[in-house]
Structures are given as structure tokens and as C-alpha cells.
Design a binder for this molecule. Structure first.
Ligand code: VG1
Ligand code: CO
Length: 544
């Protein structure tokens, strides 16, 4: 085999965001764009000679092209083996599991998650380390620094690998094994949940609908829900992965899953509805007549996890991203376990999970997961919900209401202003940051008093690292909170995220409509940030 060293010139924009490098497909299609980035990743790692690399993606447009390049570059750089999902597919949680299960050195996860796909859509590459989780900032910073000076990459002179046939091939001295993308993951789920109880529930007429959004979760959901657990055929909809997600937007929220939501609000609708995103790590949970906010879902799953066999000994602790509501904090308090608040993005949970300090983690952006892998996991959350419903024999609505009656309710919403001019968005955040020292103690709106106002800095209790400027938070004495931050996953302009939360005690009113419950806080947030006036937008692009 001849290893080729190919000259290249750096790109200035290969800075990984919240979850890897996400760009328009047209950006990735530039000469050597993929090659530079993958070589920069390998240049930032040590000790992978002869080791295994996992490669898989969500099946979006350009997945196949990037995987072939990645395989050649991995071979030239000295990896001993590549494990790749059949058809190039691996959901993000499945990739995390495969890395752990086969003790791989790391993995490349090719996805832009919930962003649209197709030739005009987005693509992404993320590197995961040997614990199965996204590389920490120390590595992503090194990769970015490397991309700015890279002048060559290594590849081999070899043709494409057949990704459709399960089995082993060799390319340039490196073994490439094409594996079933679903089997190992399905086996893991079976160890965590009470499959017989869920199976019995389906057999007795429980009905659900699962929208795979023409993304990667289709094959996983067909196998686990319909084949293994016996849910009727047709339970899984949009179950065939499509490179363009059938021209849809694979973001499981109330905007893109409105039809399912509306169906669940009718008497004829099924008992339970769920969906997952492009790469299968997010989840949407809707019961009959009850949408469950992701923040509430995290709290509920943590409070009830012991009902599933995999967690029957209890959970060690909970972690949530800073903008996620404090509903889970009340559960941790009651259980007397550790509670951690981390910056946005799953990479910050890895150390806590590895150290055994937390078992369940979650984000307000529809991501929940546990120590079984090091990524959030959409289908895992759905199965844990099903397990809880099967054991408690109650509806989602009853379970949620009982939770609020015990812990109180955290009314919660997120308002996104997408594709805002980056200069305007940055100035808004800078101006607000400058105001923070003056805010403490001030009275705002009708009855809100500021308890604290700061820009969130995280101190990792495990490795001692510090991550600053992780979002502005303004907390009020009654437990309400306003958080403002800029998205790190968008590919066009800036996305401003405004997170709003208000706590209503256990004996308070739990039946208000969310937006009206948060009305006065929304007004105060607009006054503080000037978001409407500065962006010229009358309303958010997306409300979740
Ligand atoms: C968003 C979410 C964050 C999530 C990230 C990756 O990031 O807010 O909670 O971890 O997406 O999820 P940002 O920086 O745009 O707010 V996924 O499913 O896109 O891999
Ligand atoms: Co995702």
C-alpha cells in the first residue's frame, strides 16, 4: 500500500461548535474540506496506531462520500481497524455504544443532528473519545488550532469500500468491518428495561406512534418497538432513513411534529406519541392530552428510573445543562443525591458519568440519557417512559400531574430567534453582559426581584477545567429565571435562544397554559434584552 501525503491549505472556519463541526453541505464539498478536518482530528490525538475507529452517521446527504474519505485517511494514519455501520448508518447513541462495547479508540459521528439535510442542507463531523462521548473542549480546541495551520493530509490510493454488505474487508492493510447498526444497541436496551412488561402492555392494546422523521432511528424503532416488543406494524412512521429526511426538518418539537401532537390531543389518538431527531439522540414525548416538556421529562425519568431493571438500585446523581429547568433539582434533593449544572452540550456530562457521580443527564433541547452510553439517547428515553407506564399502569397525564403535585411545576419555554444577523446578536449579548452587575437586587416587572445575574462559568469538579461565557442567567427571588445564549449548532447567521422558567409550588396552580403562565417574564426578558426591537422580529421563529 502506498501512503500518499497530499498538500492542502487551511480553512479558517473549522471551529467545532456545541456538537462538532456543522456546516452547509456546499461548504463541506470544497476541495479537501473533509480531509483537512479529519486529518486535524487525528493530528490532535496520540496512541491510535493499530487501534479501532468507529465510523457512522445519520444517513444524510454526503454521509457516503465523507465515510469513504474517512476510511482512507484512517488507514493512511495507521488505525488497525474501522468498524462502520451497514449503509454507513449508526445513530449517535448507537455509535457511542459501539465505541464502548468494542473498546475502540474513538469514533467519527457524521451528522448535523436536527438540521435539514440534502444538497442544500447541513452536514457535520464530530469526534468521540474512547468513553463513547463527544471529545472534551481540550481536544476540540486543539483540533481547531490544527485546522488553521494544516498543510497536508494522509490518504491511500484505494477504491471505495462496499458499505452495504456485513462482513470484513481490508483496505491498505487496515481491516474494515461492516456491522449491523442495530443489533448491539438493541441488546443493550434489553438489559436496561423490562421488555416483558412493555410487551405485555402492547399485547393488551396500548397504542403508540413513533415518528422517526425519515432519519436514522427508523431501523432501530422498527426492530425494537415492532419486532421485539410486539407493537403493531405501523406504530413506527417515517421509518426509512432518507438522505434529505424526505425534505423534512428532523427536529422533534411541537413545530415539526405538530400533526402528531394534534392527534394525541384527540380521543381517537393513541396513548403515547414519541419522535426522535436526525441522528437519534433527541426525543419528544407526548401522552394523550399531555405534552411533556423535556425538562419535566428529565425530572420524571430520574424520579421513576428505579422502576426499570437497569436502574433498580437507584441513581447516583443527576446532571442538567444550565438552561434546563430546575425541575430535576427538586428530585435530586428529595432523593438525597448529587445534582450538577453544566454548560449546554453533552460533552460536559462525560466526566461526571465516567466518575460515577451521575446516572441520568438531560437538556431542555429534548435530550435525555444515562450512563449506559455517553450521548443523549432518544429511543432510550422512549423505552424508559414505556417501562414506567407499564409498571405504574397510569397515563402519561396522570404521572405528570402526580409529579407536579409532589414537587411543584416549573413552567418552562424556549424562544428561538433564528438566522439573526450575527453582529446584532453578538451586540445584544455583549450589552446585556455589561448590564449584569447593575441588576442584582433590582425589581423588574410587577413583582420580580433579581436574586443574581451572571454569565455562567462551569468548573468541572472531576478534571478541574473551567468553561466561561456559557450563557447569561438572571435569577429571581421566586425561583423564576431568564437565560440568554447564542446557539453553537446553527450554520447561518446567529440563533438567539431565550429560556424562561417560573416555579409554581406543589400546592399551586398547575393547569395554566405555558406561554400565559410565563407572560410577565417574557415581557421582562424583552425589556432587558431589547430582542424584538434589535432583531426587528415581532416573534420568535420557534417556540418550544
Ligand atoms: C443545541 C442544544 C443543545 C444540544 C446541541 C446538540 O445546541 O441547545 O442542548 O446539546 O444542540 O444536540 P445549541 O448550541 O444550538 O443551543 V444535537 O441533537 O443537535 O446533536
Ligand atoms: Co441530535
Amino acid at each position: 500500500m502506498t501512503i500518499l501525503t497530499i498538500k492542502t491549505t487551511p480553512y479558517g472556519d473549522q471551529k467545532p461548535g456545541t456538537s462538532g463541526l456543522r456546516k452547509r453541505v456546499t461548504v463541506y464539498q470544497q476541495p479537501n474540506y473533509v480531509e483537512n478536518y479529519i486529518q486535524a482530528i487525528f493530528d490532535s490525538l496520540e496512541g491510535f496506531e493499530g487501534q479501532t475507529l468507529v465510523i457512522g452517521g445519520d444517513g444524510r446527504f454526503y454521509n457516503d462520500v465523507a465515510i469513504q474519505k474517512a476510511i482512507r485517511i484512517a488507514a493512511a494514519n495507521g488505525f488497525g481497524k474501522v468498524l462502520v455501520g451497514q449503509g454507513g448508518l449508526l445513530s449517535t447513541p448507537a455509535a457511542s455504544h459501539v465505541i464502548r462495547h468494542y473498546k475502540a479508540f474513538g469514533g467519527l459521528v457524521l451528522s448535523a443532528s436536527h438540521n435539514p439535510g440534502g444538497p442544500e442542507g447541513d452536514f457535520g463531523i464530530k469526534y468521540n473519545i474512547s468513553n463513547g462521548g463527544p471529545a472534551p473542549e481540550k481536544i476540540t480546541d486543539a483540533v481547531y488550532a490544527r485546522t488553521k495551520v494544516i498543510d497536508s493530509y494522509k490518504s491511500i490510493d484505494a477504491g471505495d469500500i462496499d458499505l452495504n454488505t456485513i462482513g470484513t474487508q481490508t483496505v491498505g492493510g487496515m481491516v474494515v468491518e461492516v456491522i449491523d447498526p442495530v443489533a448491539d444497541y438493541a441488546a443493550l436496551m434489553e438489559t436496561l428495561f423490562d421488555f416483558p412488561a412493555i410487551k405485555a402492555m402492547f399485547a393488551s392494546g396500548f397504542r403508540m406512534t413513533f415518528d422517526a422523521m425519515s432519519a436514522v432511528t427508523g431501523p432501530y424503532a422498527h426492530k425494537i418497538l415492532e419486532e421485539i416488543l410486539g407493537a403493531p406494524k405501523g406504530t413506527v412512521i417515517n421509518g426509512t432513513p432518507s438522505p434529505s429526511f424526505n425534505d423534512g426538518h428532523p427536529d422533534p418539537n411541537l413545530v415539526y411534529c405538530k400533526d402528531m401532537h394534534d392527534l394525541l390531543m384527540t380521543p381517537e389518538g393513541p396513548d403515547f406519541g414519541a419522535a426522535s431527531d436526525g441522528d437519534g439522540d433527541r426525543n419528544l414525548i407526548i401522552g394523550k392530552n399531555r405534552f411533556v416538556t423535556p425538562s419535566d421529562s428529565l425530572a420524571l425519568l430520574a424520579a421513576n428510573a428505579h422502576l426499570a431493571p437497569g436502574y433498580k438500585a437507584g441513581i447516583a446523581g443527576i446532571a442538567r445543562s444550565m438552561p434546563t429547568s430546575a425541575a430535576a433539582d427538586r428530585v435530586a434533593e428529595k432523593l438525597g443525591i448529587e445534582m450538577h449544572e453544566t454548560p449546554t452540550g453533552w460533552k460536559f456530562f462525560g466526566n461526571l458519568l465516567d466518575a460515577g457521580r451521575v446516572t441520568i443527564c438531560g437538556e431542555e433541547s429534548a435530550g435525555t440519557g444515562s450512563s449506559h452510553v455517553r450521548e443523549k439517547d432518544g429511543l432510550w428515553a422512549v423505552l424508559l417512559w414505556l417501562n414506567i407506564i407499564a409498571v405504574r399502569k397510569q397515563s402519561v397525564d396522570q404521572i405528570v400531574r402526580e409529579h407536579w403535585a409532589t414537587y411543584g411545576r416549573n413552567y418552562y419555554t424556549r424562544h428561538d430567534y433564528e438566522e439573526v444577523d450575527a453582529a446584532i446578536a453578538n451586540k445584544l449579548v455583549d450589552d446585556l453582559r455589561a448590564e449584569l452587575p447593575k441588576l442584582a437586587g433590582r425589581n423588574l416587572g410587577d413583582d420580580l426581584q433579581v436574586a443574581y445575574a451572571d454569565d455562567f462559568t462551569y468548573h468541572d469538579p472531576v478534571d478541574g477545567s473551567t468553561s466561561a461565557k456559557q450563557g447569561i442567567r438572571i435569577g429571581f427571588t421566586d425561583g423564576s429565571r431568564i437565560v440568554v445564549r447564542l446557539s453553537g449548532t446553527g450554520t447561518v447567521g446567529a440563533t438567539l435562544r431565550l429560556y424562561l422558567e417560573r416555579y409554581e409550588a406543589a400546592d399551586g396552580r398547575h393547569d395554566l397554559e405555558t406561554q400565559s403562565a410565563l407572560d410577565s417574564l417574557i415581557g421582562v426578558a424583552d425589556e432587558l434584552t431589547g430582542i424584538k426591537q434589535r432583531t426587528g422580529r415581532q416573534e420568535p421563529s420557534v417556540i418550544t
